[in-house]
Design a binder for this molecule. Structure first.
Ligand code: SF4
Length: 206
């Protein structure tokens, strides 16, 4: 078991091998030899290097939307897919506008694509947000497969639900990043619950 989140030593940050705590993954020298080799696989090194350059150039200056655009420029991507939640359509429309203004081709697919009633996939009336009404399901696999068909170079997720986003990532052929992580009660700022956990939001999570 690894316990990096609770580590107080952080020997990794300065590569101080002599101070490795118990459970430190850095004891596994062979593993790191293999990981370093994996960065040499086709396309991975460039992808990693451009990510690091965006991190450096925009550090503390650029919002995430700009980091994504800059990354797409550096990678010479042409066609960007946007997989978005219908509840964040305005945000998706604005991001598509930004992409187009910056010379990209943008193709976007909403979560409700297909208009499939939730009942078709085993959900009950009681599973609906508004029971006794027609409720169509989120269709993240549809979003991924449509963007695959469009042969996007890179996909951007805007506000997909927890778990739906996981399915999107699983089926998306192009690499993908998140512009907005949905949090319906914290203005899409999920970290807010963590910042307040030791004070105002000391609540049970189960
Ligand atoms: S890699 Fe090792 S030193 Fe770094 S945080 Fe994890 S346990 Fe701590």
């Amino acid at each position: 078991m690894f316990t990096c989140a609770e580590c107080r030593i952080l020997a990794c940050e300065k590569n101080d091998q002599s101070k490795k705590p118990a459970n430190c993954p850095m004891y596994d020298v062979e593993f790191y030899r293999q990981v370093k080799n994996k960065y040499q696989e086709d396309g991975v090194l460039t992808f990693f290097q451009e990510s690091a350059r965006v991190e450096k150039e925009g550090y503390g200056k650029w919002p995430r939307a700009k980091e994504i655009v800059q990354f797409c420029c550096k990678m010479d991507y042409q066609k960007i897919g946007v997989a978005f939640c219908g509840g964040l359509k305005k945000e998706a429309e604005t991001f598509v506008k930004i992409l187009k203004e910056n010379g990209f081709t943008a193709t976007s697919v909403v979560c409700k694509n297909g208009g499939i009633p939730k009942e078709e996939f085993g959900l009950m009336n009681s599973d609906k947000i508004a029971p006794d009404s027609l409720e169509t399901m989120c269709n993240p696999m549809g979003q991924a497969l449509l963007l695959n068909r469009e042969k996007t170079d890179f996909n951007v997720v805007i506000g997909l639900c927890v778990g739906h986003d996981s399915l999107f990532f699983k089926y998306s052929q192009a690499p993908a990043t998140v512009l907005i992580a949905k949090d319906r009660v914290l203005a899409h700022n999920p970290a807010g619950a963590l910042y307040c956990y030791e004070s105002y939001y000391k609540t049970t999570f189960k």
